[in-house]
Design a protein around this ligand. Sequence first.
Ligand code: GDG
Length: 474
Amino acid sequence: SGNGPPKGHRYDLVVLANRLPVDQATDPDGQACWRRSPGGLVTALHPIMQSRAGAWIGWHGRPGAAPKPFNHDGIRLHPIELSAEEVDGYYEGQSNATIWPLYHDAVEQPVFDRRWRQAYHSVNHRFAAAAAQLAAPGALVWVHDYHLQLVPGMLRKLRPDLRIGFFLHIPFPPVELFCQLPMRDDIMRGLLGSDLVGFQHPQGTTNFARLAAHLLDAELADGVIKHESGVTAAATFPISIDVAGQQQLATEPPIRARADEIRRELGSPRTLILGVDRLDYTKGIEHRLTAYGELLADGRLDPAQTVMVQVAVPSRQRLDQYQSLRERVETTVSRINGRHAGIGKLCVHYLHQSYDREELAALYLAADVMAVTPLRDGMNLVAKEYVATRTDGTGALVLSEFAGAAAELRQAWMVNPHNLEALKDTLAEAAAADVAEQRRRMEPMRSHLRRYDVNRWAAAFLGQLGDPASPEPS
Ligand code: GDG
């Protein structure tokens, strides 16, 4: 780190996201420090931001006064202050209790609250004002995700010279669901402040264009939306992972040894079924557990030969909906173990903890069946990480039709998680597949991912936004 450029320096590339790409940590001699956060977006943008000396605007993760702007790993970081009330209203309220459930097909009832909308508006304005100050004339500005949907419109007013792109990491809902939102007009005008809006899946792109036509009488032609205040392109950019990095992890001897050790510690089962998700109601964790429990009860899976590991990373724990989900999941796990486990032989190993990439890679390597069964998911990177980790082409991916990843990982064992019988059949089939069948499905998915990694994703978006250093890939 360091003090970096003088005050008033302007940047040619500015990224905005709810969070900065660093977490507060403590170094070995007890000093507070910043550490690069794990996660795909950070990995994807880091090299581009470094080579372009870009600036990143985001929240540092705690309520109250923000640290001064600082440099970290060659990137300028500009923290945005949020008061405790704004964390409640903008982040937990409007972002995670209204927009998140609504954009995920309302699989959980969205909550509407006027006070949250005010906080969402003022925090979005703070982000836009920071970007207006930091961006060089004609700079590229890339805004990320559902927390910041008003920013493009606000920034366009402050700085009409900028090229503004917005990427939504979660699904964009159909018109009739979106129209429930009391903020619908503000959000639509906010998004249409962009030159380019990107979605994970063609469905999102279509939903957005239809909505513009429906709400604002916009004209649609050739991926471009003509509206009262200009022209916005809408296109699909499915996000990916650092495929080479993930494959590298999979070949490291300590990680391979750890995978073997995990299987031994689990009692060397014939079939290990794995789930890895944030503990979120969109991820279909309960559906997956219920299906597994019934397969044991029906005698279609043998509890002496089968183990399930469910990693449920703690998430948004202050929200009621997440607390009650946790209770339901934990009850289901206990019920399955209570009925089918033996002394020293659990059927479900439930881990409400977070793990580093190395341990996750070892779990992916150890798992015969990877169960990814969201009710709705923008993409789902866990599915892609599993495929990239299986360098020998073995392993069975069970994948929900409602994950964005289903549009690309076509050879997975595809399932509708709402259909319990289908989910049971699919899990049982995947568990019974021989190595030839596993490879027949895995190889095309692996070659797809090798071609479409996260660098290509970022270059495609920035290329279409007009970045001369990221020509659009063919
Ligand atoms: C949103 C959208 C979209 C897992 N355990 C830990 C941990 N992970 C990592 C995984 C993976 C990432 O977190 C989870 O990504 P997902 O895509 O599966 O899900 P969301 O968190 O819901 O992400 C999603 C994504 O944005 C990107 O656009 O794909 O649809 O919902 O990389 O390996 N990370 C840490 N500790 C863990 O224990 N730090």
